[in-house]
Design a protein around this ligand. Structure first.
Ligand SMILES: [Zn+2]
Ligand SMILES: [Zn+2]
Length: 335
């Protein structure tokens, strides 16, 4: 399957991950092309005469690969290559751990009520693309682009992460880079999250998968004699309000769902000369913005907490937030 289709008659690319296929000016476009494709199929018109080609990897490779459309019972729209050899062109070699992460992200997103797809290509203009490992469609058009970089990765290390992250952001995708390597997690070119190094069968399981760095809770405090921290700006007690980000473990599935819901957001935070990038709750981000506008007042506490309260897995937390998904025998990323 592929998510970019070239319509030979209309002369446009269709992005199946978007509700409007990337053409807000053409209402009911999906219905039109899907119904037409079904009609052609009912009349036994060959796929090669139905105007739809792979507009992604195959087109880039200079191959004319005909496609037909399929609508799954769950509402998922799919374009299928007519020939298996074209389909194979899309299957990049991937480690079992990497694939387990992709499938875990999809499962976590779907059980949270969000749609997710693997190896998604998003057009960024006439010729440009962004390839996303796993793209989660969140609340109100929010798109989270997960990139997994593991120690087992041997093909490509994380090069030009900063520019890839900026490009994704510019095109409406919030980049979420995840790793099991401490050296990647210490970089501040994007908001890296990290889990311990785990074998594929553990990553694939429904049990808790802990994120050990990359998420922080912001501690706001007044710089007076009762303060627990040293003043970051002066050698004395300056009387202003400061913020200290404190690392907090969260559960990976929680992170996938809360980022999709917009409840956990990426920020960058200046600490002296260095800029740190990590994830916080939306409430903490809003409070930080309040603080940046006025360093003399403690940002007001929210009425209710809507972020992950950190993830010391209390029984209540597990039952409320972690409905155990049914073990899946399918491989959503190798569909
Ligand atoms: Zn293709
Ligand atoms: Zn101070």
């Amino acid at each position: 399957m592929a998510n970019i289709v070239w319509h030979t008659k209309f002369g446009i690319h269709l992005d199946l991950t978007l509700e409007d296929l990337g053409h807000p000016n053409l209402p009911n476009l999906w219905t039109t092309i899907y119904d037409t494709d079904r009609l052609y199929a009912a009349r036994s018109i060959p796929v090669s005469e139905r105007d739809l080609q792979c507009g992604g990897i195959c087109q880039e490779a200079g191959v004319t690969a005909w496609m037909y459309l399929r609508l799954r019972a769950n509402g998922r729209r799919e374009a299928v290559h007519e020939r298996a050899e074209d389909e194979e062109r899309h299957a990049a070699p991937m480690t079992p751990e990497h694939q387990a992460y992709q499938e875990r992200i999809v499962r976590a997103a779907v059980t949270g009520g969000f749609r997710a797809d693997c190896e998604v290509r998003t057009r960024t203009g006439r010729r440009g693309w962004i390839q996303t490992d796993t793209l989660v469609q969140g609340e109100s058009g929010l798109r989270i682009g997960w990139e997994v970089q593991l120690s087992t990765a041997d093909t490509h290390g994380p090069r030009s992460v900063r520019s890839r992250a900026i490009k994704a952001t510019k095109h409406g995708i919030t980049p979420a880079w995840h790793t099991d390597r401490a050296d990647y997690a210490r970089r501040h070119d994007t908001q890296w999250t990290r889990s311990d190094k785990l074998p594929a069968h553990v990553i694939a399981k429904a049990g808790d998968l802990r994120v050990v760095s990359g998420f922080r809770v912001l501690d706001f405090w007044r710089c007076d004699v009762r303060a627990l921290y040293r003043c970051p700006a002066t050698q004395r007690r300056c009387g202003k309000v400061h913020v200290t980000p404190k690392p907090r473990d969260v559960l990976f599935d929680d992170l996938v769902r809360r980022t999709a819901a917009g409840l956990v957001v990426p920020i960058k935070h200046r600490d002296g000369a260095s800029t740190h990038r990590f994830w916080v709750t939306r409430i903490d981000r809003d409070r930080l913005e309040d603080l940046n506008n006025d360093h003399t007042a403690l940002p007001p506490l929210p009425d209710h907490e809507d972020g992950p309260a950190g993830c010391e897995p209390s029984p209540a937390h597990l039952s409320a937030d972690h409905p155990r998904p049914a073990p899946s025998r399918t491989h959503p990323c190798r569909g």
